[in-house]
Design a protein around this ligand. Structure first.
Ligand SMILES: N=CN[C@@H](CCC(=O)O)C(=O)O
Ligand SMILES: [Zn+2]
Length: 413
C-alpha cells in the first residue's frame, strides 16, 4: 500500500529511539509532502514526493494523503476495558458532590464492579470488551494495555485475564495484560488484609504465571487501598514470576507509591495527580516512565498531574486513557492528547510523543510501535484534511481520524 501526497508524515523518530525523556519530548520529527510505502504488516519506506522513485510512484494500491497527516497509532498503556457493567449510578453521586473515596466507602467503586464481574460470564465479558476495543481502534489506538482487577477472587481474576488473552489472539493490535488483583480489598477480607495478600501471592500469582496470563503486575497503592509495605510485598512476589510492575501511584495522595514502584524497577508509575519535589526527584533518578491520565482527573474533578515539572526533571512522560467504568468511562486517546495540552500544559508535540512512542515504551513495545520508521509495524492513522498538527488536539472532543491502518491493512471495525 502506498500513501501519496501526505501533507505531513508525523513521528519520524530514528528506529533505535525507544523512549523520549524530558527535553527530547518537544521534538516531533515531521516530513512534509511525503509518501509512505507499507509492505505486508510493516513500514517499508518513505520519502519526499519530489524524490519518489518511479517504480514506487507507479504502484497500484494508492491512497491519497492530500491535505492530510499520517500519524503512528496511539499507544494506550493503561486501561481497564474488561468490565461487566457501566456505573453511571455513581455519576449522579459525583455531581452531587460525593468524592471517589466516599462512593467507594458506600459500596460503589471497584467493589461494585467486582460484584458484577463475579456474576458475568467469560463470553459476556469478551463481547462487551470487544465492542469497547473496536471503538478505541477506530479512534486511532493501535496498541493497548488491559488490566484485571475487578475480579478480586482467584476465579474471577483468571476469568478477566482469559478474556484479555482472547482479545490478544483475536485483535490485530498489540495487547499487554496486567495482573491487578491488588486493586481493592474484597469485603470479606476487610479485616484480614494479610489473608488477601496471601491469596494473591500464594494462589493467584502461581496460577496466572503457570497459564502465562499476565505480562505485568499492578497494585493500587493508595490510602484506603494498598499500603507501601503491602505494595512492596506484592511486587516482590510478582518479580519471582518475571512480572514487572506498572502501578497505580499517587492518584489521591502522595503515598510513597512512586518510590516503592521505582525501587521494584517499575516500567511505569501511573496517575501521579499528587506529587511533591521528592517524588519528582525519585523519578528523575530512575528509568521509570511517568504515565499521566488526564481524562481521569477531568472526570473525577481531582488535580491534574504536574506534567511540566515532571518533564523539566528529564523524566519520560506517557499519556493514556485509564478507560474504566468508575473514574474514566472513555477510551478516546484524541481527547487525552487534547487534555494533555489544555490541562497538563504540554505542547502538542510533547503530548503526541507521550501518546505514541512513550506509550509504546510504557508497554515495552517501542521497538515495533509508536513511531514511523522503516521496519516498524504499519499501525497508523490518516487524518482528515487539517491545517496543522496542532489542530488535532486543538479541536478537542472531535476526532480528526479518517482512516485507520493496522498491520498494513485498512481497519473498518
Ligand atoms: N484507581 C484505581 N483504579 C481505576 C479506577 C477503578 C474504578 O473506579 O473502577 C483508576 O485507575 O482510576
Ligand atoms: Zn487505572
Amino acid at each position: 500500500m502506498l500513501i501519496t501526497n501526505i501533507k505531513g508524515l508525523v513521528g519520524l523518530h530514528p528506529k533505535d529511539k525507544l523512549v523520549l525523556r524530558g527535553g527530547e519530548m518537544k521534538n516531533l520529527p515531521v516530513l512534509e509532502n511525503a509518501w509512505l510505502l507499507l509492505e505486508d504488516d510493516l513500514i517499508k519506506d518513505f520519502g519526499k514526493m519530489s524524490e519518489i522513485p518511479s517504480h514506487i510512484a507507479n504502484l497500484n494500491t494508492q491512497i491519497s494523503g492530500t491535505g492530510k497527516y499520517v500519524f503512528p497509532s496511539w499507544c494506550d498503556s493503561h486501561t481497564h476495558i474488561v468490565f461487566a457493567a457501566s456505573r453511571e449510578e455513581e455519576f449522579a453521586m459525583k455531581i452531587q458532590g460525593k468524592t471517589y473515596e466516599e462512593i467507594a466507602a458506600a459500596g460503589g467503586g471497584i467493589l461494585n464492579s467486582a460484584g458484577k464481574m463475579q456474576r458475568a460470564t467469560e463470553e459476556e465479558l469478551y463481547e462487551s470488551a470487544s465492542i469497547r476495543l473496536k471503538q478505541m481502534i477506530l479512534k486511532g489506538t493501535g496498541a493497548v494495555e488491559i488490566k484485571s482487577g475487578y475480579g478480586l477472587t482467584l476465579e474471577s481474576e483468571i476469568k478477566m485475564l482469559r478474556v484479555i488473552k482472547r482479545l490478544k489472539a483475536d485483535f490485530p493490535i498489540s495487547i499487554k495484560a496486567t495482573f491487578l488483583a491488588a486493586h481493592a480489598f474484597p469485603t470479606e477480607y476487610k479485616s484480614n488484609q494479610k489473608g488477601y495478600i496471601d491469596l494473591i501471592i500464594n494462589e493467584m500469582l502461581p496460577k496466572i504465571a503457570a497459564e502465562n496470563l499476565a505480562d505485568y503486575i499492578d497494585v493500587f497503592c493508595e490510602k484506603g487501598f494498598f499500603s507501601v509495605e503491602q505494595t512492596d510485598e506484592v511486587l516482590k512476589a510478582g518479580a519471582k514470576f518475571g512480572l514487572k510492575p506498572k502501578i497505580h501511584a499517587n492518584q489521591l495522595s502522595v503515598s510513597g507509591a512512586v518510590e516503592v514502584g521505582i525501587k521494584n524497577n517499575a516500567i511505569s508509575v501511573d496517575h501521579l495527580e499528587e506529587t511533591n519535589q521528592e517524588t519528582i526527584l525519585a523519578l528523575k533518578n530512575s528509568q521509570t516512565i511517568a504515565t499521566l491520565l488526564p481524562s481521569c482527573s477531568f472526570y473525577l474533578g481531582i488535580s491534574f498531574a504536574d506534567a511540566k515539572s515532571i518533564i523539566a526533571a528529564n523524566v519520560a512522560v506517557a499519556l493514556a486513557t485509564d478507560y474504566n467504568p468508575g473514574s474514566t468511562p472513555s477510551g478516546n486517546m484524541n481527547f487525552v492528547v487534547s487534555l494533555g495540552c489544555i490541562k497538563l500544559k504540554m505542547l502538542p508535540e510533547q503530548a503526541i510523543n507521550a501518546a505514541t512512542l512513550n506509550g509504546a515504551a510504557a508497554m515495552e513495545i517501542s521497538k515495533e510501535l509508536g513511531s514511523i520508521a522503516v521496519g516498524k509495524k504499519a499501525n497508523l492513522f490518516i487524518t482528515k484534511p487539517m491545517p496543522s498538527i496542532a489542530y488535532l488536539p486543538y479541536s478537542f472532543g472531535e476526532t480528526q481520524i479518517e482512516t485507520v491502518i493496522l498491520n498494513g491493512k485498512i481497519y473498518n471495525g
